[in-house]
Design a protein around this ligand. Sequence first.
Ligand SMILES: *Cc1c(COP(=O)(O)O)cnc(C)c1O
Length: 233
Amino acid sequence: MSSIAQHLQHVQQQIAQAAGQAGRAPSSVQLLAVSKTFGPEAVAEAVAAGQRAFGENYLQEALDKIAALPALVPDTPLQWHFIGPIQSNKTRPIAEHFDWVHSVDRLKIAQRLSEQRPEELGPLNICLQVNISAEASKSGLGPEELPEVAAQVAQLPRLRLRGLMAIPAPSDEMKQQRAAFAAVRGLYEQLRAGGLAMDTLSMGMSADLEAAVAEGATIVRVGSAIFGARHYA
Ligand SMILES: *Cc1c(COP(=O)(O)O)cnc(C)c1O
């Protein structure tokens, strides 16, 4: 078995165990393999091990990879999720080539994605990124602006608002990790109580996925625990 296949199996076991402890079905948590900085061959290896959903942060790198994969894994539909910062002049290729966008942090970006989503594709799945740790450096909507933006994004014709995404400030403490994820879940439940039909909490990465699953994550975004340490050029 390749090391990527072994790592995937290990992460799936972590998810299943955390879900079991929380009284949740393991199948209620989707694993998104974050392949940023790794080449198409690494993605193909993960596909061979059964993985189908991949997360990417850097647009050009992602487009090259999306174009390369069909030749490496013929007749295997993959799901591509954009999870990185979005410049408003780069929305068109995102609308054209991705199935999900997790990092929508302002209405203008959502409007452009909706306008630019090709008719022949289904609606683009959207998570709004929330800034739960109130750090000036982190992107994401503040909790106070979230309800208004969510209500407007939900109206956009070519998008489907699925839920929230968050990247809390890193912590080594399970308790602190859980508190941050619980806050995200609280915002999500408030929006749902207000009438928005959403089903997705995108939270948890390699270092804190157990805490995220304990607090209700439905998608965990895991990179280094699957592909190894990243090396930036
Ligand atoms: C890189 C990245 C991840 C994966 O992080 P790991 O710590 O490698 O698991 C998840 N989400 C986002 C938004 C990222 O940029």
